[in-house]
Design a protein around this ligand. Structure first.
Ligand code: C2E
Ligand code: SIN
Ligand code: SIN
Ligand code: FE
Ligand code: FE
Length: 340
């Protein structure tokens, strides 16, 4: 990034105050780093906020006409402006007023008389927090695209990916994962079969049983997936890589690609193995019809301790009501009508 950003790259700040001297003060503090737009009352602030789309708003509380609180509430009620962080600039330094400001949806407040250092620091902090939120939203969207891309090759609806990720999330929480770790599982699980991108359609979409040679090609998808996901050090991508690589390992060591057994299989891999098969069995595939839930459960229980981690099979049984709720919510259209 450049040290001397061009005018268009500078964030825009809307500064609202009925006192011209205060506007001048803020101008002196911020004009070198930001594009500033001024409003001297609440009405024109609201108009400018929706037309100029500022990155941040510095808002005086006590103004003739609309007060800062009223302006803030209106901004937060409007779809076009609700995401813009509002910082109150207030002479009312008592705590009740600060609380009221935050209740209106402001992210922060600065008290008058204004300290240049504090104003610069608060503005910088809140602009970078917005940047982080944008990056996170973009990242989640990129991940969703990646998961859906793989799914498109063998299931046009993408619902398998949604269902199995939610099953895995429920199992992770039941297994005692913290909220953040369970969220990693929820967001990483959609990429479990990303490696299927590297498998020819003729094999993936074959209506019948695979030959031994075709199965060997299919068994490459965990390794291909791990390679596609790569080695990014974030916990989300590490979890995604682990899941892609280990979701076809089996508890007794007979799985692929590495023949890991028992506790040597990363726990998230064991969770996704169970979530994936539960959904694969209870859904139609090009090569098989959907099984009734009872048959799927019976099969999964019969594979407890051979294919699946027995502790997780118990958790699946305990969580069955939640599982069925997810299955019903994300049902394929033509599977919705028959009961079961
Ligand atoms: P998938 O369809 O997502 O299935 C994931 C896993 O669910 C399978 O891993 C398997 O453990 C389980 N599963 C799915 N359907 C059945 C079933 O009818 N019976 C049993 N006992 N288990 C089932 P697996 O076997 O390693 O297969 C991995 C992927 O290979 C499958 O993903 C699918 O894309 C493909 N595949 C497997 N078998 C066949 C087949 O007979 N024909 C075709 N066209 N593809 C297959
Ligand atoms: C946890 O993350 O709380 C459990 C993970 C594990 O068992 O590997
Ligand atoms: C887990 O395996 O329990 C979580 C892995 C991680 O977040 O790095
Ligand atoms: Fe798979
Ligand atoms: Fe799958």
């Amino acid at each position: 990034m450049s040290d001397t950003p061009t005018i268009t790259q500078r964030p825009t700040i809307l500064v609202v105050d009925d006192e011209p001297l205060n506007l001048q003060l803020v101008r002196n503090v911020l004009h070198a780093d930001y594009r500033l737009i001024f409003a001297k009352d609440g009405r024109s602030a609201l108009t400018l906020a929706s037309t100029v789309a500022p990155d941040l708003i510095l808002l005086d509380v006590m103004m003739p006409g609309l007060t800062g609180y009223e302006v803030c509430r209106t901004l937060k009620a409007d779809e076009r402006t609700r995401h813009v962080p509002v910082i109150f600039v207030t002479a009312l330094a008592d705590q009740a007023d600060e609380a009221l400001g935050l209740e209106c949806g402001a992210v922060d407040y600065i008290t008058k008389p204004i300290s240049a250092a504090i104003m610069k620091a608060r503005v910088r902090t809140h602009l970078s927090l917005v940047r982080i939120e944008e990056l996170q939203a973009t990242r989640m969207e990129a991940i969703r695209c990646l998961g859906t891309a793989a799914e498109y090759k063998d299931n046009e609806t993408g619902l398998h990916v949604i269902r199995m990720s939610q099953y895995a999330h429920v199992l992770a929480l039941a297994a005692g994962y913290g909220a953040a770790q369970a969220d990693d599982v929820l967001h990483a699980a959609p990429m479990h079969d990303i490696g299927k991108i590297g498998v020819p359609d003729a094999i993936l979409q074959k209506p019948g049983k695979l030959t031994e040679a075709e199965r060997e090609v299919m068994k490459e998808h965990p390794r291909i997936g791990a390679e596609i996901i790569g080695n990014h050090p974030s916990s989300l991508f590490r979890t995604a890589r682990t899941i892609a690589l280990t979701h076809h390992e089996k508890w007794d060591g007979s799985g692929y690609p590495n023949g890991l057994a028992g506790a040597d299989i990363p726990h998230v891999g064991r969770i996704v193995a169970l979530a994936d098969v539960f959904d694969a069995l209870t859904s139609a595939r090009p090569y098989k019809p959907a099984w009734p839930v009872e048959d799927a459960l019976e099969f999964i229980r019969s594979e407890s301790g051979t294919h699946f981690d027995p502790a997780l099979v118990d958790l699946l049984t305990q969580c069955l009501p939640q599982m069925l709720e997810i299955k019903a919510r994300w049902a394929e259209r033509d599977e919705k009508s028959p009961a079961g």
